[in-house]
Each structure stands twice: as C-alpha cells, then as structure tokens.
Design a protein around this ligand. Structure first.
Ligand SMILES: [Mn+2]
Length: 469
C-alpha cells in the first residue's frame, strides 16, 4: 500500500505508537490507523505491507514528501467538499448564507483536510442549544466524511462544551497541552462555535494562533478591538449583512452541509429556537431538540448515570437515537420549566417605568434546595421572558440575578428600541463594579465584581433603560 504518513500518536514505547497512513489513488482515498514494526517519520512517502493493522514491512521512498502531497490532498478536498449547497427556502437566511458562502466553503475545506491528515482538532462549543446543535451537526458531517475515506477512528477530534463567553488564556493552555505527543503534517485546528467575540478572548487567541489554525463561527455582535476578527476563518453574519438572528449553530449546520450530505434540519431549527431567533418556527423536531439540548447542556447527570461533566456530540447522539428516552427527557424538561416559571412569578418583584414593566428575580432563591442544575439561569430568563411576553403588557424587561451575574432580557414589544450592549457599556461607565458584560441586542449578561452592591447596579441598569425608552 503506497501512501504518506500524515500523523503519529507517539508513545514512549514506539511499538505502541499509532501511525496514520493516507493513500490517494485516482478518485479514491483512504486513511488508516496502524501500528508499525518500524519507526517512521511524519511526512514520509512509504510503500507498506500491512497485516492485521500492523506495518510489517516498509520501503520509505521519500522522507519529506508531504509538501508535494499536500496539493494532491487539496485537489481531493476540492472535489469532496461541495462547491455549493442548496438553499433552505427561507430567503433571508439563504441570502446571508450565500454572502458568506465562499468563507464557509473555505472553512469546510480546512476541516476536511485536517480530518484527512489525522491532525488534532478541538471543537469548543457554547453550552446551550445553539452551540450544541452546531457541534452535533458538525459531528455528523465529520463522521460521514471520515466514513467516505474508510476512517472510523474519531479520537483525533476532541469535543469540548464551553461554559464561558470567552476563549481564555487557560483554555489556550489546556488546548496546547492536549497537543503533546500528537504529530501531524498539518497544523492542529481549533474550531470555536457560538462564543468568544469579546476582547477577553484576545489573550487566548494570541497564545494559540501560532500552534493551531482557528475557525471561529460566531453571531455575537463584534465589540471592542478583537485581534481575531480579521483572520481568514472568522465568520460572523454581522459582517455579511446579517445579525444575531442568524445563529452560530445554524452557520455551523450550513458549513456541515458543505462537508457531507447530512440531514440537519432539526439541528438548524433547534439552534434558531434555542437562541430566540426571529427565523425560528418554534415547532416540530427542532423545538424538542432545543429543549433536549438545553437540558443536557445544563446537567448531563439527568440523562447519564455516570458522572462526567463534559457533554459531547457522542452523548447527544446516544440520546437522540433513543426516541423513547429523548421524549421522556423533553417531557421532564418542559414540566420542570413550567413549574419553575410558576414559582418565579410568585416571587418576582415588579415595577413600572413609563408604560413598561421591569421584573427583577433572584434566581438563587428560586433554585434553593435543588441540586438539579437545569435550567441554567441564562436560558431560564429567556423562557421566563417569553412567558411574560404572553401576558400582553405594553412592554417588559426581565432582570435576573444569580451569584455575581445579572442576566437581562428585553421583552418582545421593546425589542429594537433598546440595544443591551449599549446599556451595558453605559452602566459600566457609571460604575466601576462591572467586571465584564455583553451579549445580543435583547439578551445579555453582566458579571459584577466581588462584594459589589447588586441592588445599586440593578438601579443603574433600570435608570439607563428608562432614558432609552
Ligand atoms: Mn448563540
């Protein structure tokens, strides 16, 4: 078998190292994970005899063949990754997708090439329905693409649910240390889905950018001076005539369709619904998947007996494939959400500003005595805001507090009149007690400094909003 050693997982005892052999012949391509009786170098062109997954005899033809071979891989990728994807039928979404099309396709090609070269890939996705549905779709696409080249090992791709809004220095250090022992002819790849568009990510990006290629799929409005916002694979609908209603999960779903022919309509709808997009239809499999992902990303232990906190798309796939279990979990999540909202409406404080109402809720009081982490405060505030919208008042704002966080939701009738990022900037100017903050136009959160007077800050938020409406 003639091919190139594209990657090695090195072990101290070389006999236990794994070698990845890529063979391209005509239109066919295969990638194999093998042991070897000989020590080989990444980038070598070899003619190998293989028995039971072990290289038993080998002729090394060229130890630095990779640069020449790279073009061959590019040519294969160009054919394997689609040139264009079909429209989905929603004109506005399709228009944004099409204007980003070239960039999405380029990113899809990068991912395909990394998979072919067994390069380490880290996918970090935001811990909500939007981020998780994007990751799940990408997982399906990579699985399908890998199968096409006869490769079933997915250990080169590490999925990590990300609980913060920034890609920090610590995150970069974690990713860098995970690269030890992995050798590939291609640089590792970091894929960020649905978080990170804030200045706090600058430091993490600076640390990782030389060691890995980065693909950043986002839909939060870019704010401040972002060192990564102009890099080749930063894709954000805000830069292409769209806004946050075109969700990051949806973007990832479209990218996935370039990589492989998969059905991801439910994931698309789940990402739109989960993030409250105006394009969400709010029914069918997407709504249930969003509920399920909200539950799983909040508290994995509700669905899995084993205690491992990180949720991966493999876990999601296990649940989604078991219809009975999935339905049971969706029912549970809906019932619990309803019960929490009922309870919240009993303890919420309500006051009037102008013709609108401001609701202030202490989330810790609501969750007291329960070890169940579902729902997390952020999405609870989104659902509660929906519920309040249904009351038919002329306008409403929900402010929810939990430990050092203040989460704000602008109700339906005030949307477009208040830009939360502007509110947060103004409050930050008034007060030196804000550690960080940001989000979308109508949904955002603030982290306050330790020992700050929360009520005083809430008072300032209400004051700023009052001046705006
Ligand atoms: Mn999102």
């Amino acid at each position: 078998m003639k091919g190139i050693i594209v990657g090695i997982d090195e072990r101290p005892d070389k006999r236990h190292s794994s070698y990845y052999l890529l063979c391209i012949e005509g239109k066919g391509c295969s990638l194999m994970q093998l042991r070897s009786n000989f020590v080989l170098d990444a980038g070598s062109l070899v003619d190998a005899q293989i028995q039971n997954g072990v290289i038993t005899n080998v002729e090394v033809e060229d130890t630095s063949a990779y640069p020449g071979y790279s073009g061959l891989i590019d040519a294969f990728v160009k054919i394997a990754v689609k040139k264009a994807i079909k429209d989905c039928g929603n004109e506005k979404l399709d228009a944004i997708t099409n204007s980003m099309g070239k960039k999405i396709r380029e990113a899809a090609r990068v991912i395909a090439k990394k998979v072919m070269c067994a390069a380490p890939v880290f996918v970090r996705f935001h811990n909500d329905a939007d981020g998780a549905s994007g990751a799940y779709s990408l997982y399906k696409a990579i699985g399908s693409f890998s199968a096409k080249i006869g490769f079933s090992d997915n250990s080169k791709i590490k999925w990590k649910m990300h609980r913060s809004v920034a890609y920090s220095r610590e995150d970069a250090l974690e990713d860098l240390s995970a690269l030890l022992g992995a050798v590939s002819v291609e640089k590792p790849l970091l894929v960020i889905i649905d978080f990170g568009t804030t200045e706090e990510s600058n430091e993490g990006y600076e640390m990782i950018k030389d060691a890995a290629d980065v693909i950043w799929l986002e839909h939060h409005p870019p704010r401040g001076s972002l060192k990564f916002a102009h890099m080749q694979h930063y894709i954000n609908p805000w830069n292409f005539g769209g806004d946050s209603n075109y969700t990051a999960g949806y973007l990832t779903c479209e990218l996935s369709r370039y990589i492989a022919e998969i059905d991801n309509d439910c994931e698309k709808e789940a990402s739109l619904f989960g993030d409250h997009s105006i394009y969400a239809k709010g029914q069918g499999c997407g709504k249930d998947l969003a509920t399920l992902l909200d539950l799983l990303t909040s508290d994995k232990s509700i669905a899995f007996a084993s205690y491992e906190s990180g949720l991966t798309p493999i876990d999601i796939h296990k649940i989604v494939s078991d219809k009975g279990k999935a339905n049971e979990l969706v029912e549970y999540a809906n019932a619990r959400m309803e019960e929490m909202i009922r309870h919240a409406m009993n303890i919420v404080r309500k006051r009037m500003i102008g013709e609108s109402y401001v609701y202030v809720l202490d989330f810790s009081a609501l969750r007291e005595g329960s070890s169940n982490k579902f729902p997390l405060p952020g999405r609870f505030s989104t659902r509660m805001s929906d519920y309040i919208d249904g009351l038919g008042e002329s306008g409403n704002i929900l402010i929810l507090t939990f430990s050092r966080y203040i989460s704000i939701r602008i109700g339906e009738r005030l949307r477009g009149r208040i830009d939360l990022n502007e509110v947060i900037d103004k409050v930050a100017k008034l007060s030196d007690r804000i550690e960080s903050g940001g989000g979308h136009m109508s949904a955002g959160s603030i982290k306050i400094k330790e020992d700050s007077d929360r009520n005083a800050i809430i008072g300032e938020i209400i004051g700023v909003i009052r001046d705006m409406i």
